[in-house]
Design a protein around this ligand. Structure first.
Ligand code: H79
Length: 457
């Protein structure tokens, strides 16, 4: 019996491993936050919202439900070009794309029978955006993923689990305006009524919409829930039963609620420390500036170099990077985002080998950069991404438990010299005086056997 259980456990582990295989190799994906909020750009009735998140405008500015919903009547992303979005992701070196099919406000970018407030019926655009995007991703060999806000749907009386959050404060200086929930609900907060209407919303909108999204667009590789809260353990279990029935290989995140762990963890706008990692798969989602949905006043752009170094840092810790774009209301990417995608793509086309299919640094961290690793047939290749190029023409790396048997500078013919002492300390010399790449130059270091840390005892 014990043997049988062990076989079962190891079989289920390898099924999980084979499901996660493409995702672990991918390391880099595009997140897109798009919806009617893009039209506001973070400004409501002349007031700039205080919070950084443009997609939260309806909530933070207490926009009455009907008034907000009516703005879909002007939502017309006529320059949306699915092929261009997918191509820009591909050229940046991204391997998958996740689109907000429905964010917290409840507006659906797809054809749905479960809610009239969708791009087909409520906007002059009148076309499903999910279908061409799924097709374009397939065309460019990108995995296609869907973000779906299951626990919050502010366009629905039942979708106001987020009201607890809303009570924290408001950005709208006109304090006499009543909030969207009260207007929608025409009454005061009643937890029993709320849970009844939440269940109606869940059964009438969320379940049917998830079913549509996982039935009508071919393979969906990722389902990105947001945010936990609201669903009972039983409701979450039922949701996952339906999801796995419709898309058996789908990868889901940890934000469904009901205490389900999902396939990967989702640090938001931050990169975990080594101490925080527990062996579970994880993906850092992050914006290039501060907002997810388009916001005109947000100029806090990270440089391309910072973004590239963050990607390397994440890969060196064994995670994925889901980097966000907040398209403008016409459906095009902000120029700042386009520039950054190009520069990242330029680096990736030269040094992508140090990212794709790698795993976390198996040896000691170094202070001059980051290390990723790939296990090949005869041993490990360490990719040394050097952020701070040494003026001395020489780099040291301590704590290797293996003999180093060769080093090359990626993208050059330079021959590097190796010298390793009995302590395992390795000296790499013969480096060019100036950095081959100002952001991160990469040295591929071949080890004799599979990487192990030096045994200091
Ligand atoms: O879709 C993006 C966010 O809109 C969403 N998740 C990412 C991927 C998100 N929803 N909730 N949260 C993140 C956490 C809530 C944070 C809050 Fe706030 C703090 C809500 C109110 C205060 C962030 C800051 C949103 C408004 C201000």
């Amino acid at each position: 019996i014990v043997f049988f259980l062990l076989v079962m456990i190891s079989c289920s582990l390898s099924a999980q491993d084979s499901k996660m295989e493409w995702w672990r190799e991918a390391r880099f994906g595009m997140f897109v936050h798009f919806g009617v909020y893009a039209q506001f750009g973070g400004v409501y009735r002349g007031h700039e919202q205080k919070v950084k998140n443009g997609e939260w405008l309806m909530n933070r500015m207490k926009v009455p439900v009907q008034e907000y919903k009516d703005t879909a009547g002007h939502f017309n992303p006529i320059n949306f070009n699915a092929d261009e979005w997918a191509r820009m992701a591909k050229d940046a070196g991204m391997k998958y794309l996740v689109i907000t099919a429905k964010h917290h406000d409840g507006f659906a970018l797809f054809d749905t029978k479960a809610s009239d407030w969708n791009i087909m019926k409520a906007s002059p655009y009148g076309k499903d955006m999910i279908k061409p995007l799924a097709d374009a991703c397939r065309k460019y060999g990108l995995k296609f993923g869907i973000y779906y806000s299951q626990s919050q749907d502010w366009g629905n009386p039942g979708g106001f689990t987020g009201r607890r959050v809303m009570k924290q404060g408001w950005d709208n200086p006109d304090s006499t305006r009543i909030d969207a929930y009260t207007l929608a609900h025409n009454g005061s907060w009643d937890p029993i009524q709320q849970s009844k209407t939440f269940n109606e919303y869940l059964n009438g909108v969320a379940f049917p919409q998830v079913k549509e999204l996982l039935s009508n667009y071919g393979d969906v590789s990722v389902l990105w829930w947001d945010t936990p809260g609201g669903l009972s353990a039983e409701q979450a279990r039922q949701m996952m039963t339906m999801v796995k029935h419709l898309q058996p290989n789908i990868i889901t995140n940890d934000r469904l609620g009901g205490n389900l762990p999902g396939d990967f963890k989702t640090p938001e706008q931050k990169i975990p420390n080594l101490a925080e990692l527990d062996g579970k798969d994880w993906e850092t989602c992050m914006t290039m500036n501060r907002t997810w949905g388009y916001r005109t006043a947000d100029h806090e752009w990270k440089s391309s170099s910072e973004l590239i170094q963050k990607l390397i840092d994440i890969a060196a810790k064994g995670g994925n990077y889901l980097l966000n774009i907040g398209p403008k209301p016409d459906g095009t990417f902000p120029v700042e985002s386009v520039e950054r995608l190009k520069e990242i793509g330029n680096w990736m086309s030269k040094y992508g080998e140090a990212i794709y299919g790698t795993h976390a640094n198996p040896v000691e961290p170094v202070d001059w950069g980051r290390i990723t690793a790939k296990d090949e047939q005869h041993g490990t290749v360490l990719y040394l991404s050097v952020f701070n190029w040494p003026g001395s023409g020489q780099l040291n790396i301590d704590g290797l438990g293996n003999k180093a048997i060769g080093a090359t500078l990626l993208n050059s013919n330079a021959k590097l010299k190796l010298k390793q002492d009995e302590q395992g300390i390795l000296e790499i010399s013969g480096l060019p005086v100036s950095a081959p790449d100002k952001t991160a130059s990469v040295i591929a270091l071949k080890l004799n056997g599979f990487a192990k840390k030096k045994d200091f005892n």
